[in-house]
Design a binder for this molecule. Structure first.
Ligand code: SF4
Ligand code: NI
Ligand code: NI
Length: 709
């Protein structure tokens, strides 16, 4: 048998199964039955991306199968094998979508099956920053449970997102390993066809971030090859179906590493035989050219970005620290170099051993830094990273910030030897590692003595926080001399540029003007560049000749004009990883905002994924705009169209999140009290008629404004 025979044979087998399954479903439900995957605007994502056609019913699915058949040419050329691989993936997608008929939930814990668009948008920033350096797809059962678990853990420790298909799922479960998107180990499903759910993620990334036109299969495959750092590990025995799926993976640019030696054909850099499973990791990273940033920290538990989302429940915790109940603080404090002894870690007060099991305690840590290029503006930027740093510790959980942080240390971490002093080690190493351009020396003092914590919180930290807030309040677009660009997301959205100003943070919500300033200082040739604002064209629109020139340059000519304050005229582009999206609601002359977490319907008749699919990929789309949550309360929020008084609807949770700040802005700008009471949400209206009735009753100001279009 040649490789061609195996690919074609596997493809034919899956095709036969798919045809049978579709015919069976038509017999059962009738051909008008709706088919779709949940929480995506691109159903069926793979088929839509490859052909440009959306499938909504069983009848269309059957027609689509006919199109798939045309890909299944049988000449013994590499391209035929690749296209048969793609056809196999499309068949898998058809088989999988049938499982979702009638809103069924075919996958049970721990398996995920289909992943919604929001998951992909969330992956945007960590992928571009290299926080998630790659995506591993592990297929089948490892020779032993130990080897399988060791492989999964090795990727997890590198921050790589791991997806599992087939026997490996039972192996990690048997070993008692925690899985889930929050620890970056995602079991997809036990059937081999469930592998299409990760293929679908890669392909939607091209649609969401890459502005790839559905139907342009060539550009699609180039995008996944160049920009999605995925690879496959397939355990023996490989049947023909898996080999055919592998051909599909290779067509998308994802190398396949296997320990199968029989009846397999090596293709350099693409189909690689590695008999030693303990070397799968190294072989895969080399094949896909993935470089891992190593932070070696001397602590008794793992430290990796994969643990950032790990949650420690009450029953699993040894002790906790809770700033909402007792005095706590976390603080970066700039000192003179002579006052600091580099890498000195001091704990003042009891260690975990001396704390009662399950107790609530005080903690305050002061990270003293010194450096020639250090500025007090960078203190909050560094401080805000503490949340990530501490969360990356396996078995330690951190939420909140400033004097309201909460930390839990798990029983497992404690038993492994983790102590308070190790928090100091983590803070020291992480700050030195990430901020080496501004921090020359760093010392950490951790207080657990309650009286000392009270002193630090009230006498040291709070006065500093107050001062910083005053500074932030006076930071306006008018008060600064320069803005910053951010082009981090160009890794996925090649022509996207964010212009970051004091009153308009990056649309991902993660890059404020201070962050951008610090990033520029840390890496002068990096993603954040200075944009001057000396030649205004129209202050109301927020257009400047300098800004236009900058976006032209940073988008390689793709963009000519960008305004900072309008969503109608030359609005800023979106990459795809925005926290929120707003869109025009014509009946009320207003805008509707939805956040990524919101799963329901909006009065636009669109869900978040559907609204989000209207923009992205670095393209300007008047009427729709991606933005950060904090931008909602900004005085510059679509100022050119009248500002925040255009906001007519938000999901309840988002409304509550922004209420204090938004109400304050509304009061200052328009003298309106409790503005959020006038804004609809899903408990009030999910359609325009009900919404307008509500707005009329409340006397919402948008109703009296000029139409936007
Ligand atoms: Fe991406 Fe813009 Fe955020 Fe930078 S500021 S990471 S370009 S979304
Ligand atoms: Ni107090
Ligand atoms: Ni982005």
């Amino acid at each position: 048998m040649t490789l061609f025979d195996r690919v074609f044979g596997g493809n034919d087998a899956v095709y036969g199964l798919t045809e049978g399954a579709i015919d069976g479903a038509i017999a059962q439900y009738g051909e008008d039955k709706a088919v779709s995957f949940p929480n995506t605007a691109y159903s069926l994502p793979c088929y839509y991306a490859v052909t440009g056609t959306k499938v909504t019913t069983l009848k269309e699915l059957k027609e689509a199968l006919g199109v798939v058949k045309t890909l299944m040419t049988r000449e013994k050329r590499l391209n035929d094998a690749f296209m048969s691989g793609v056809a196999t993936a499309l068949c898998a997608e058809f088989i999988e979508v049938l499982k979702y008929i009638d809103g069924a939930t075919p996958y049970e814990e721990p398996c995920y099956g289909h992943l919604g668009d929001a998951v992909i948008r969330e992956l945007g920033v960590p992928l571009v920053t290299g926080d998630i350096p790659g995506v591993a797809v592990i297929l089948g059962a490892a020779p032993t449970t130990e080897e399988g678990v060791a492989l999964v853990k090795s990727y997890q420790a590198q921050g790589i997102l791991v997806t599992l298909v087939g026997g490996i799922i039972d192996q990690v479960a048997e070993a008692g390993m925690k899985t889930g998107a929050n620890v970056r180990v995602i079991p997809l499903g036990k059937d081999v066809t469930s592998v299409v759910h990760v293929v679908s993620v890669a392909i939607r990334a091209a649609l969401i971030f890459g502005n790839v036109t559905p139907g342009d299969a060539g550009t699609l495959m180039k995008y996944t090859m160049d920009r999605v750092p995925a690879f496959v590990n397939a355990f023996k025995p490989l049947d023909d179906v898996i080999v055919a799926c592998g051909a599909g993976a290779i067509a998308l640019g994802f190398p396949v590493v296997t320990n199968e030696t029989e009846n397999i054909f090596r293709v350099p850099k693409s189909l690689i035989v590695q008999e030693d499973v303990s070397k799968f990791n190294a072989t895969s990273l080399e094949a896909r050219d993935i470089k891992i940033k190593i932070t070696n920290i001397d602590i008794p538990v793992a430290f990796a970005s994969a643990f950032e989302g790990e949650i420690i429940r009450r029953k699993d915790m040894q002790v906790e620290f809770d700033g909402s109940r007792v005095d706590c603080a976390e603080l970066v404090h700039t000192c003179d170099a002579s006052e600091i002894e580099d890498h000195k870690i001091t704990v003042i007060g009891p260690e975990v051993d001396e704390m009662e099991f399950g107790s609530k305690n005080s903690i305050a840590y002061v990270v003293k830094v010194a450096g020639k290029n250090m500025q007090s503006d960078f203190e909050p930027v560094i401080e805000r990273k503490f949340h990530n740093y501490i969360n990356c510790i396996e078995g330690v959980y951190h939420t909140g910030q400033r004097d309201m942080q909460r930390i839990r240390i798990s029983i497992d971490a404690f038993n492994a030897g983790f102590r308070i002093k190790h928090i100091g080690e983590v803070l020291y190493a992480s700050v030195k590692n990430e901020f080496d351009a501004v921090v020359d020396k760093c010392e950490v003092v951790i207080y657990t003595d309650p009286a000392e914590c009270t002193r630090i919180r009230h006498e040291v930290a709070i006065p500093i926080f107050d001062k910083r807030d005053e500074r932030l309040d006076t930071l306006t677009d008018e008060s600064v001399d320069v803005y910053y660009s951010c082009i981090l997301c160009q890794a996925f959205a090649p022509s996207h540029v964010c212009v970051v100003t004091p009153e308009r943070l990056g649309l991902c919500g993660a890059v404020s003007w201070l962050d951008a300033k610090a990033t520029h200082q840390l890496d002068p040739a990096g993603p954040c560049q200075i944009i001057t604002k000396e030649r205004p064209i129209d202050e109301n629109l927020g257009s400047y000749e300098d800004v236009d020139e900058a976006v032209q340059k940073f988008s390689q000519g793709a963009l000519e004009h960008v305004t900072l304050y309008s969503i109608m005229q030359d609005p800023m582009t979106s990459c795809g990883c925005f926290e929120c999206i707003c869109g025009i609601e014509p009946f009320s002359n207003g805008v509707v905002i939805a956040n990524r977490e919101y799963a329901g319907m909006t009065p636009l008749g669109m869900t978040f994924p559907e609204m989000a699919s209207m923009t992205g990929g670095g393209v300007q789309t008047p009427g729709f705009m991606g933005h950060g949550k904090h931008f909602i309360s900004s005085k510059k929020f679509m100022k050119a169209e009248g500002g925040i008084e255009r906001i007519v609807w938000m999901p309840k949770e988002l409304k509550e999140f922004v209420a204090d700040r938004l109400n304050k802005t509304a009061k200052e700008l328009y003298g309106i009290d409790n503005f959020t009471d006038m804004i609809g949400d899903e408990t009030i209206a999910e359609d325009p008629e009900t919404l307008v009735a509500f707005l009329t009753e409340k006397g919402h100001p948008a109703l009296g404004l000029d139409p936007m279009m």
